[in-house]
Design a binder for this molecule. Structure first.
Ligand code: NAP
Ligand code: GDD
Length: 327
């Protein structure tokens, strides 16, 4: 087998940490780009630190990306780094554009200049569909982003298509719908709920405060989705694929199911609504059609909605049990 070397941006995040483990299992040499923070944020990759090589770099900084690409000399590059929280993109729109949009362009440039035969995966998003005019959404659905984050992802998506067409590079977009896990960032609604439910069930809190609980999402499990990312780069040609479960559920249903896992029936008495968590423009309903990924890549999400909720709530319960006495 030829030397398989992968560079992952965003390796400290949810998807990056699952992808690094998957690629290590497949025998890849794994390089992870990490930006300088005053307190290193490596908890998601703590158990594999001795198996991967971390490279300093930031999507805001072209020369650091050039150096990282040269050093890793990768056969595959996974661009997972982003300012990925839609809510924060409204308060930091320019920063989000710089990292999530232009950052992808900078990485494309580093790749074109220093590793033009590498295959590059771009973490595109169902948030690009935004205000949808059809359901379910697939690769041919028009984009109508509803947030600075969505706008930045559309820019990055088209930059990837452009580098594919202009320079014949192997660049593919994975248009993934929401995927969650036990290491999901705490500000995202699913983890906010699973953590909140675990706190309520263990007597640490009384309520969870949420925004629009009628919003609907197509939620899957992150380990299934990093497998899709890998499959996309093994395909015969560069192309764009939707990754989704094909089912949508409301935030309300997620909360109800999470409380059910811990045996709390009067769940509504523990949920308070606060317009502070509403967005200036909302994406009301996303549901994807993953038929192309299934047909061309043999990919199918294995973890369904109830199982996902159970995994997340039980992980938060176990975490709180192991830190008894702490808040
Ligand atoms: P995440 O947990 O928020 O991880 C984001 C990663 O990006 C972190 O490792 C973060 O590093 C890094 N990062 C942020 N700014 C950076 C910068 N300026 N330079 C270098 N690295 C930077 O996100 P995720 O859920 O794993 O998602 C992975 C990717 O898929 C993101 O691009 C996201 O937008 C996209 N996506 C996610 C979903 C989903 O449902 N999860 C769906 C569709 C698309 P620090 O640790 O230093 O902050
Ligand atoms: N975060 C959050 N907090 N969202 C809430 C809350 C709350 O208290 N209450 C209701 N919501 C609603 C949001 O308004 C949104 O409609 C939905 O819950 C999901 O919000 P998030 O979990 O923050 O995820 P997202 O769908 O906006 O974005 C995620 O998925 C995208 C793919 O569609 C992120 O992972 C993005 O990076 C990703 O691209």
């Amino acid at each position: 087998m030829a030397d398989r070397r992968a560079l992952i941006t965003g390796v400290t995040g949810q998807d990056g940490s699952f992808l690094a483990r998957l690629l290590l299992k497949k025998g890849y040499r794994v390089y992870g780009l990490v930006r300088r923070l005053s307190s290193p944020n490596i908890s998601n990759i703590a158990t594999i630190l001795d198996q991967i090589e971390l490279l300093d770099g930031d999507l805001m900084d072209q020369s650091s990306l050039n150096e990282a690409v040269k050093r890793a000399d990768p056969s595959e590059i996974y661009n997972l780094a982003a300012q990925s929280f839609v809510g924060a993109s409204f308060s930091q729109p320019a920063l989000t554009g710089e990292i999530t949009g232009l950052g992808a362009l900078r990485l494309l440039e580093a790749t074109r200049t220093h590793a033009s035969s590498a295959r590059l995966y771009q973490a595109a998003s169902s948030e690009m569909f935004g205000h949808v005019d059809r359901e379910p959404q697939d690769e041919s659905t028009p984009f109508h982003p509803r947030s600075p984050y969505g706008v930045a992802k559309v820019y990055a998506y088209w930059a990837c298509v452009n580098y594919r067409e202009a320079y014949s590079m192997f660049v593919s977009n994975g248009i993934l719908f929401n995927h969650e896990s036990e290491v999901r960032g705490i500000e995202f609604v699913t983890r906010k709920i699973s953590d909140g439910v675990a706190r309520i069930a263990t007597g640490r809190a009384q309520q969870i405060v949420l925004g629009n609980i009628d919003a609907r999402r197509d939620w899957g499990y992150a380990p299934d989705y990093v497998d899709l990312m890998w499959r996309i780069l093994q395909y015969s040609t560069p192309d764009d694929f939707v990754g989704a479960t094909g089912e949508s559920h409301s935030v309300r249903e997620f909360a109800q199911e999470a409380f059910r896992v811990v045996g709390i029936e009067d769940w509504e008495s523990h949920v308070k609504l606060d317009p502070r968590f509403n967005r200036p423009a909302e994406v009301y309903n996303l549901r994807g059609n993953p038929a192309k990924a299934e047909r061309e890549l043999g990919w199918k999400p294995r973890t369904r909605f109830k199982e996902l909720v159970r995994i997340m709530v039980e992980a938060d319960m176990a975490r709180l049990e192991s830190t008894k006495g702490a808040t």
